[in-house]
Design a protein around this ligand. Sequence first.
Ligand code: TRP
Length: 332
Amino acid sequence: MKKTILTGDRPSGRLHLGHYIGSLQNRLKLQNQFDQYVMIADVQALTDNFEHPEKITENVYEVAKDYLAIGLDPEITTIFIQSQVPEIAELTMYFLNLVTIARLERNPTVKSEIQQKGYESAIPAGFFCYPVSQAADIAIFQAELVPVGEDQLPMIELTNEIVRRFNRIYHTSCLKECQAYLSHASRLVGLDGKSKASKSLNNTIFLADSPQEIKQKVFQMFTDPDHLKVSDPGKVEGNAVFAYLDAFHPDKEAVAELKAHYQRGGLGDVTIKNLLNETLQNLLGPIRERRETLNNSDIQEMLYQGTKKAQKRAQTTLNEARNAIGLNYFKD
Ligand code: TRP
């Protein structure tokens, strides 16, 4: 039997090149080797967007389209919507008993999110507890591998602590421990050269961007502010155009030669931007074309079937978990 993989994205916007290099490419590969579940994490996305639910609900179909456009195959990858599998929420309730507030406070990812969002004085309990709900996401599918970025490692550790406690306290082995499957790609910088490509910083290229948008964004990218004349030697470190060429140009040797040339002097920003534009148009053109063939009723049907399948699997584990606790009053 193939091992199960579970990953997910919060549908707070369309997917972008940072997602592509960090996780989507991996999922394309993994769908052929494992039993892959991909969750559109609308419940989790609500934990910091509960006042604007439309921001989340409007993007569920967009994210689903991005998945199909890059080549996830719903025949082999089960794509589903978190809120439509309420079994996850029930398991979360049982999990909440198995973790202390102090333990949740120690989560470095949540800590920095609390700071970023200015929640220090009043942390919504739902937000504070989302790692527990994420543990339930993983455990209910008995996922053994979880492809994530490094920022999610504290969630994996917490998941395994909860799973071990559950199995020990309720004398069961119905929940499985999991492992992170880290992507080798380093995190993609923003178009502005800043730390991270993200929708909220408005410094990223979306998979669905038009050819004109891609070109315009590439030509606004941060390079080396001291590289004024073509003949000047230029800096490659911190130069976003080279970071993107490293990530997306298929010919690594050609990129290495260009870097050397740029550092010697004599290679202009317009030339490297033209090359990057061409590289990204080649990558995103077919993705955009496939996206345009997808209509909403097909997406709805795909999500419905995926969610039904995911729910069946979740029900099986939840039943075992309830039985282990003894919550089976009406059995037979
Ligand atoms: N926390 C993840 C993110 O912000 C999304 C997510 C929710 C997830 N549940 C998950 C990832 C379970 C992996 C496994 O991108």
